[in-house]
Every structure is written in structure tokens, then in C-alpha cells.
Design a protein around this ligand. Structure first.
Ligand code: NSS
Length: 429
């Protein structure tokens, strides 16, 4: 048995091969069926001539609609008109699972495709995105491994709120209330005292009520935390990690990028260093461009787009005003109105893919900020302990895997960067 990709080869012309897969397109004309077969590696045309296969097989070849699964045997021949330049001339065409009339045809509404997501994920675009995303993750994992980070498994059911409390998912946990994790950060912080450099890839949950093309209620989060690392070094880690992830996607997925019309040359340029711009400078830039923003305005999709539209490399926006960011960040001694933090914005208008910072080590400040937020200190005693027993300067960040995949695959909407997008309107399928 060969994979489709292997069968598409000059060396096999005139040779007999066996492949299996699903019918991607099919039409018949006179005594010939032209079926394009898809497997996980690509597509290949199969021609089934009436007199070349058993009668009953020809009959089923004419009847088998798209998505029927089949096993085909035949000779490889060169044919310029066929996708990939080769075809298989069948001597046997066995239908394994006859498909009913497939409910997805060429032009379908977005809603219908989301209702039929379990079938739509078979599409070539979705398959390409899945492979590219996997290559990004592998590139990231390898980078972490090569640089001495240990992968760890923080909990998903938690009692803490690292980010915006209005986006917490509550759950009944036996006889008390718990939350679905927004970020593994605090748990990663606790692990640096023994492992020093850690990372985790976990689902994160945000009850985002707004429908935007860049928010999911459930997304995959690649987060790192490291001891003895300041905000400057934290940004260096981000630049190197992002470049390594992209390099691996470009290496492993040339065909997939081509299918998505993404020029790998653009991605290859993404190498450190990335520019840094203070939040304050970003405000000036935006004001000059006519945006109605001032000190304290958050950067939304529109502003991030304006900041990155003409850029080829990602951009770090650093030192945000404290009121815009969570309590755990380290105050910036050079401008105490701000934190030692950074958001990394992907170029070409895409916007934020990473949020990171140096962490506050002063418990007095942390307690003050938690109180201001109206948080009960009870759930945070363990977090405060971390500063009591051998506190060290440390930093970390979180990278949204669907965000980076959306950028790399140049997708219009983040929902296409995950097989089963969870949004305010959807938990089916
Ligand atoms: O809220 S973040 O900006 N930061 C944190 O959660 C930190 N506690 C991470 C850390 O330092 N360990 O989220 C980090 C990234 C953000 O840059 C996005 O890329 C992604 O997580 N993110 C999302 N992706 C998809 N959908 C939603 N709703 C979303 N929210 C954040």
C-alpha cells in the first residue's frame, strides 16, 4: 500500500501500485470514471475504464459519490492534465464505505460549515492548517527542549484568576466553585523554584462574550516561565521561539502553505531582533494617524492593525500603563505608571500573539493590587508563599497557538485555526 504522495512519482510510471483513501471529486463520461482520490498526503486522479475492472467494480465506481472510501490498484501513468501530473489507471476499484450524498457542496454558508464542522474538517484547507499548526507546535517544543526548558502539566481546574475576572468560566466542583484555567502562569511560577525553566501547552478558557475574529472561548496556550530572567531577556526568548516555530512550519509544510497561498519567503524573514515600541510611542503614532486614543486607551484589533499593517516583522509594544494589565506584573522603575511587560504583535495587521512580563516579587504590592481588584486573598495564599521562600526575579509569557496559526496561515478568522471552535454561540459539534 502506498500513500498518494508516494504514488505521484516519475519512478513509478508503468508500475502497479495500491492506494487507499476517499473520493474527493468524481465524474464519469462514457465508459470512464475519473475519480480524484484523497488521503492524508495529497490527491491523485484515478481513471476507471469499463473494460479494465470487474463489471461490478465499474458499477460501484460510477455510483460512489464523494467521500466514499476506496482501495484502488492500478498502473501509474503520466498525465499533464491530472492534479500532480500523474494518474492511476485502475485494474481494481473496491468501494469500502459508500458515502451517502455529502451535505457539503461548493458554496455553503459559514454557519452551515460550522454545523457540519465534523465533516468540513476533511477539507484540504482545514487539513493544511492542522498540519501547519502541528509544525508550529513541534518547532516550539524543540526550541524549548534545546534551550533547557522542562515541559510540565499544570492544572486546568483552578481557584485563581490570572487575567480578567469577567471572562472566568465557573464550574461546580463537587460542593464548591472552581474555574477553568485562563492561564497556567501562576502554577508555572511555582515550578521555577525547582526546575528554573518550564513551559506548558494547555487549553485556556475565556468567557469572551464579544464575537471577534480573534477570540475563542477555548484556545491552546503555550506558556513559559523562567527564573533569573528579566523582561528584556523574556523578549529575546519570545523572538527566538517565534522564529523557530515559523522556521519549522516553513520546512515541514511547503505544500500546505502553497495551498493556503501563503508565501514562505515572507515567513522566512521573521528572524530576531524584532522592533520594540513603548506604549507611549504607540499612542503618539496612532494619534498622528488620526486614531482617537490617549494615555490609558487599550489597544484593540483596530489599533494593533494600524501599528503592524506595514511591518514585515513582529513588533513588541512594551511598558503598558498599569491600569490596563493584571496585578502580577513588575513595576517599571523608569516610569512607575507602567509595568515591565510586552505584548508581541504579529505583522501584516494581525496583532497580538503573545502577552508577557517580568513578575512582581514584592508581596506588599501584590496584596495591595489584589485588594484593589476585590479578590479574596484566601485563594492566593499559596501564590504569596512563592515570594516568601527564596523569591527570585522571573518572567514569562503566554502565546496563543490559534493566534500564531491564524497569522502564519493568513486566515480571516481564528475559528479556522482549530478543528472545533468554541465561541459564545457554539458548542456543537
Ligand atoms: O491574557 S494574555 O495576554 N496573557 C496571559 O494569559 C498570561 N497570564 C500569560 C503568561 O504570561 N503566562 O494571553 C496570552 C495570549 C494572548 O497574547 C493571545 O495570543 C492568547 O493568549 N489569547 C487568546 N487566544 C484566543 N482566544 C482568546 N480569547 C485569547 N485570549 C488570549
Amino acid at each position: 500500500m502506498l500513500q498518494v504522495k508516494e504514488a505521484l512519482s516519475k519512478g513509478l510510471v508503468g508500475k502497479k501500485v495500491r492506494v487507499r483513501g476517499w473520493i474527493y471529486r468524481t465524474r464519469s463520461s462514457g465508459g470512464i470514471v475519473f475519480a480524484v482520490l484523497r488521503d492524508s498526503t495529497g490527491i491523485i486522479q484515478v481513471t476507471v475504464k469499463k473494460d479494465a475492472v470487474a463489471d461490478q467494480q465499474f458499477e460501484s465506481a460510477t455510483k460512489a459519490g464523494i467521500e466514499s472510501s476506496v482501495i484502488v490498484e492500478g498502473e501509474v501513468a503520466e498525465d499533464k492534465r491530472a492534479p500532480g501530473g500523474y494518474e492511476i489507471r485502475a485494474s481494481s476499484f473496491e468501494v469500502i464505505g459508500l458515502a451517502e450524498a455529502f451535505p457539503i457542496t461548493e458554496y455553503q454558508s459559514t454557519e452551515l460549515l460550522l454545523d457540519l464542522r465534523h465533516l468540513w474538517i476533511r477539507s484540504r484547507e482545514q487539513t493544511a492548517v492542522a498540519r501547519i499548526k502541528a509544525a508550529l507546535v513541534r518547532g516550539g517544543r524543540e526550541w524549548f527542549h534545546d534551550n533547557g526548558y522542562v515541559e510540565v502539566n499544570p492544572p486546568i481546574v483552578t481557584g485563581v484568576c490570572p487575567e480578567d475576572s469577567t471572562t472566568l468560566f465557573q464550574l461546580k466542583y463537587f460542593d464548591r466553585i472552581a474555574y477553568l484555567s485562563q492561564s497556567a502562569q501562576f502554577y508555572l511560577e511555582s515550578l521555577i523554584y525547582s526546575l528554573e525553566k518550564v513551559y506548558a501547552i494547555t487549553p485556556s478558557f475565556r468567557a469572551e462574550k464579544s464575537r471577534t475574529p480573534r477570540h475563542l472561548a477555548e484556545y491552546w496556550h503555550m506558556e513559559m516561565e523562567a527564573a533569573w530572567v528579566d523582561n528584556e531577556e523574556n523578549m529575546k526568548v519570545q523572538e527566538e521561539l517565534v522564529s523557530a516555530m515559523l522556521r519549522n512550519a516553513v520546512d515541514e509544510c511547503p505544500e500546505e502553505l502553497k495551498l493556503l497561498k501563503r508565501d514562505p519567503a515572507t515567513l522566512k524573514k521573521v528572524e530576531p531582533p524584532f522592533d520594540r515600541m513603548k506604549y507611549e510611542e504607540a499612542m503618539d503614532y496612532l494619534q498622528k494617524k488620526g486614531h482617537a486614543v490617549s494615555w490609558g486607551s487599550d489597544l484593540g484589533a483596530i489599533e494593533e492593525r494600524a501599528l503592524t499593517l506595514d511591518r514585515e516583522l513582529p513588533l513588541f509594544v512594551i511598558n503598558y500603563p498599569k491600569e490596563l494589565k493584571p496585578f502580577y506584573m513588575k513595576e517599571n522603575p523608569e516610569d512607575p505608571r507602567t509595568y515591565k511587560n510586552s505584548d508581541l504583535l504579529a505583522p501584516e495587521g494581525f496583532g497580538e500573539i503573545i502577552g508577557g512580563s517580568e513578575r512582581e516579587t514584592d508581596n506588599t504590592l501584590i496584596i495591595e493590587r489584589l485588594r484593589d481588584k476585590g479578590e479574596s486573598l484566601d485563594s492566593y495564599q499559596w501564590y504569596l508563599d512563592l515570594r516568601k521562600y527564596g523569591s527570585v526575579p522571573h518572567s514569562g509569557f503566554g502565546l496563543g497557538l490559534e493566534r500564531i496559526a491564524t497569522w502564519v496561515c493568513k486566515l480571516e478568522h481564528i475559528r479556522d485555526a482549530i478543528p472545533y471552535p468554541r465561541t459564545v454561540a457554539r458548542v456543537y459539534p
